[in-house]
Design a protein around this ligand. Sequence first.
Ligand SMILES: Cc1cc2nc3c(=O)[nH]c(=O)nc-3n(C[C@H](O)[C@H](O)[C@H](O)COP(=O)(O)OP(=O)(O)OC[C@H]3O[C@@H](n4cnc5c(N)ncnc54)[C@H](O)[C@@H]3O)c2cc1C
Length: 418
Amino acid sequence: MVSQSKRDVLVIGAGPGGWVLAILLAKKGYKVAIFDRQGSPSSHPRGEIIQPNGLKVLDEIDILQRLQQELVYRWDKVHFRNMGGDPLCTIRYQNLPPPFNFALVVLPEVIQKLLKERAENFSVIDIYWRATFKSLLWENGRVIGVQVETTGKMLQEFHAPLVVGGDGVYSSVRKGLGIPCHIHPYENGYMTAIMDMPRDFKEELHFYVGKGVYVAMMPVSQYRFYIMYLMPKNRVTEIKKEGVDRFKERIVSLNPDVGDLLSRPLSALSSWSDFVFVPAFRVRCKSWVADGCALMGDAAHAMNPHVAQGRNSAMQDASVLSGVIEDCFRRGDFSRSALLDYEKIRRPTVEALQRTAHELTWLWESRFTPLIWARERIFRSIDKDLYLHDKILHTASGIKSQPYHLYDKWRALHLWPV
Ligand SMILES: Cc1cc2nc3c(=O)[nH]c(=O)nc-3n(C[C@H](O)[C@H](O)[C@H](O)COP(=O)(O)OP(=O)(O)OC[C@H]3O[C@@H](n4cnc5c(N)ncnc54)[C@H](O)[C@@H]3O)c2cc1C
């Protein structure tokens, strides 16, 4: 067992939240160590939407401009259509106040690379790859450090006044704290793939909704294109048995116009190894903080990707938490009650997003005809009614969480006079 020198903050997990927190703390001169069990930044074959709240955080850590020069796709509108191709609703980001009145679609590897490079610029940040968190170190009921397994199965101890767990849905830090938590696995996950940009593809980003079908399609750069296809996780083996060509046919047949555009780039995806199935979860914990320790991102509150807010929320957590940590250092107090300010600021917004994402699973993924009828009415109302449109826009963009009241739901269904 090797014991290491003291840091100010130890961060478990080099996910979006972990990087942003380390960079923000380093900007204030704190010594930070990040540990990740992988050998390099994680990359998934998917496009992720950076919403306005995420753009704001990336601006805070001075990488937004650089990111926009990379292979990313900027868009101002999202189009929802039914399977036949009929327009249902367009969400217009230009309705938000500038400068963050747009969104970006990025490949996780592009943004993770930039975050890593930015962190490497700070001599006060130490990054440990292939370093797996094993357990928390305790003294008089408070966390004082971590035990980490590094390459060669060597156990090392690191000490700091604060440990932050940004280690994802199945967080080991959360388990170590013994915080009661409920992990809800959604029935449906997504088959995802990245392919060449279809020639003549016009719209920026569009979502297709049908009977038990939900498909997102979006450019992730000038050259690459992302597709995300909703699929029950208990049918993945059966669908794979039918063969990859049958699955590609399903995509092409969703809508004749788009199907034609997609068939060429899809033909280059020749085996199941070109597709990745990812499950979706919601995590709800009794608490996000303890004496000497805090949780952030998916470890504290994973949510269904329907609101495209998991990464953005993790980064926003980091931004708020960095301010609270600064106060903790000023006061020399890292107790649960000192850290609770972070949870009090973030929990209401995050819970509103989790609720919205959860409600959307039964509305968007439904096979039930009356619900599909209601969904079409709701989409068309949002398209026409500025009040409803801006309310969903503000919530999804992470700018201002505005929960839907019964009145809004009736208004969306045209059951309430406007
Ligand atoms: C299909 C799909 C589409 C999505 N689209 C979007 C989107 O458009 N926009 C958006 O904002 N979000 C999206 N998300 C959600 C987003 O990807 C996650 O919410 C986000 O990555 C969470 O970040 P995190 O830092 O909390 O955790 P993670 O990204 O999960 O990172 C956790 C890190 O901790 C490390 N780790 C875990 N255990 C240990 C351990 N014991 N020791 C050391 N290291 C450990 C892991 O290796 C990993 O690097 C999507 C998710 C899915 C599934």
